[in-house]
Design a protein around this ligand. Sequence first.
Ligand SMILES: Nc1ncnc2c1ncn2[C@@H]1O[C@H](COP(=O)(O)OP(=O)(O)OP(=O)(O)O)[C@@H](O)[C@H]1O
Ligand SMILES: [Zn+2]
Length: 480
Amino acid sequence: MTNLRLFNSLTRQVEDFRPVHDGEARVYTCGPTVYNYPHIGNMRAYVFADILGRTLSWKGYKLTHVINITDVGHLTDDADSGEDKMEKMAAEKAQSIWDIARHYTEAYWADVKALNIRQPAEWSVATDYIAEMIDFAKSIAGRHCYELESGLYFDVSTVEDYGRLARAVTEDGEGRIGAVNGKRNPQDFAIWRKTPAGETRQMEWDSPWGKGAPGWHLECSVMSGKLLGFPFDIHTGGIDHREIHHPNEIAQNQAFCGCGGLGEVANSGARVWMHNNFLVERSGKMSKSSGEFLRLQLLIDKGYHPLAYRMMCLQAHYRSELEFSWDGLEAALVRLKRMVMQAERLRDVETGTPDHPKFTALLEKFDAAIGDDLGTPIALTALEEALAVKKVDAGIKRSVVERMDSVLGLGLLELKREDLRIRPKSATTTEAEIEDALARRKAARAEKDFATSDALRDELAAMGVEVMDGDPLGWEWKLG
Ligand SMILES: Nc1ncnc2c1ncn2[C@@H]1O[C@H](COP(=O)(O)OP(=O)(O)OP(=O)(O)O)[C@@H](O)[C@H]1O
Ligand SMILES: [Zn+2]
């Protein structure tokens, strides 16, 4: 096997992965803020983290993956101003924050499951770690923080080289930082926000700095350090986190682990920081507030299998922008279907060993691609080539497909071609009705009764069903 090489946003280079603990990989992924449904762009971040985790397993590392659930502290503007997203949604809906958090956490988990994203070792929920957050803040407050009326602020000038992660791409971050009277530096951020006098919040806790709530950046520093130990191996998130959230986490980690002398990597809490690029719409970055709200459920309602979206993600490299379109989704679905049709023949055979000379080069190609900063587009072609290998024992082929799919997670050996039919939720015709009409049509054709056969075809068309005789992909029919 080749070395695993990963792009580290800290050094802006592809580097050999060298674990902190021999044979182990510890990964922290910034999780969703559960104030609303995730859009499919958000889910791209978790498909990426899942591919990373599966690749680490493929390479033989014992994986500990943590994904957090942010249920407090994330403001409407990452740059330290605005309202708490959770409080805002709860006020809008006149519901308890806890109910909101539960509802959207479950919705997120449903998407995770539908996309074959593996369960991490732990889903750490921010509000379960408030005491640890207060302890962390206490331990750095003396040297690195100052108190204002609105909260406890982190002074970014007290750590070396603040913001080095963000500077890779932007010099203009400061323009977005909200002004708070009394801040020492514009980039200083609240690690504890006090509840303003006379207000009560649904979520607030006592602290040495008064009643209030932790800052979002503090949460991730505390949960990652607590569950994985500093320094751990890899920290992931979407590319927007490279600008503010992760530089701020790094500053806190530096303060907590001790500044000076350790060098930038050890001091940053994690050795490698990785970021997926955005899923975009033609009009720009996908977001919950603009345009059609593209939830995974919307794709399903329009008749697409959710794994077609996973396929769409894998067709692009995680560091490239990916533009969403319905045509692109359909193309990904067709590609998935072709693979499922080839894998169908392997479903009922017993798994053999993958050591067959016909597959050596393909397994090497696959390993080199996935090991080269998670090159899923090429890894997919290796899997397709393996599926197309002729005159080989089916058990051996099956074991190769299983192995490759353990990384790509398309579920090729479980999916059936019927699962991939496009069937919009709005369709009023049931599949049983369609199958029944098709069976009658088949019988009519067998008896050369073309009048009946044509009439049934028209009947089906009236039901919105397009009959696809002789379709090489075997769709047979399609609901429009
Ligand atoms: N369009 C996108 N494409 C890929 N990843 C994204 C996109 N938008 C957000 N992310 C990532 O999704 C993850 C979850 O983000 P979070 O739940 O905080 O959503 P959010 O920032 O409120 O979403 P948004 O502002 O896009 O509506 C983060 O890692 C974030 O970087
Ligand atoms: Zn985070």
